[in-house]
Design a protein around this ligand. Sequence first.
Ligand SMILES: [Mg+2]
Length: 286
Amino acid sequence: MNYAMREREGVSSDYHKYTSLKACKAFVFDMDGTLILGKLPAPCSAELVTYLREKGFKTIVVTNNSSVSNADHALILSEILGIPFNENDIYSSLDHIGKYLMFNWKNATIFPLLTQKAKAYLAKKYGLKFTDKNPDLILVGFDKELTYDKLEKATLYVQQGIPWILAHPDYRCPTEKGYIPDAGSIAKLIELTTNTSPFFVGGKPSSDFLIGIANILGFDIGEICFVGDRLYTDIAMTLNSGAHPILLLSGETSERDLKSSDIFDNKRIAVFRDPCHLLNHLREIF
Ligand SMILES: [Mg+2]
C-alpha cells in the first residue's frame, strides 16, 4: 500500500510514522474501542492478534475495568473475537493496584468499594486483606455493587484520616445503552464530601502501569508497542512511559480530534485507520 492509497483511505501520510515499529517485540492492546467495539469485534482485530502470535510476538490486552477478574475479561474477549484468550493474556488496573499494595502496604487491612469478584481476585492473586472495621486504607474501584452504606462508611473513614486510593480514574464506562458511572465518578463523591483526594491512582494513564507490564513480559520499555484509541489515556501513557504509541482511529478518537490535539505533530505516534490498516502495515515490516 502506498501513501496515495492511504490518503484516499482518510489517513494522511504526513503524520503516518512507523519506522519505530520495527523495535516492537511485544504488542500491548487496549481492549474497548481498540480490539472490541461494544459487543462486536473491531474489524480485523482477531486476525491482527493471531498474526502477531504466529509471528512469535508477545501480546497482552490491558483494561482499566476493575469490576471483574482477568478470567472474566478473557472469556468476554474470546467470545467476541472468536480466538482464545486466557487470564494470563490480560492485565488490568486491579493488577496494578494489587502489585502496588502487595509491595507498599503489606498486611494492611482495606475497606473496599469493589465488587465481590474484584475483591476475590485481589485476595487470591495478591493476598490483599479486606475489612469493614478500622481499615488502614480505603480502595475505590468500579463498584457496580455500590450502596449508600458503603459510600457513607468510606467518607467517614476518610474524614478520620484514613488514606484512600483509586483503582483507575475513568469517570464513565461506555455500554450499548450509554455511559454509566465508573470508578472516577464514585471517587468524585468521596472527594466532594471529604475535600480529600486519593494519594495513588492506578491504571491508565499512569506510565507505571505500562512499565509494570514491560517488566512482567521481560522486555525493555522501548521494545513495547501500545495500541490504543484514546489520546488522553492510551497515547499519553505510552508517550510518558517511553514505549511506542500506535493510535487507531476506529474507536474514540477521530481524525479531526487528532488534528486538533496538541500531540498531532508528535513524530513518535504511528496512526492507523483501524486494525485492518495496522495489520496490513505490520505484514509489510514483519
Ligand atoms: Mg479504548
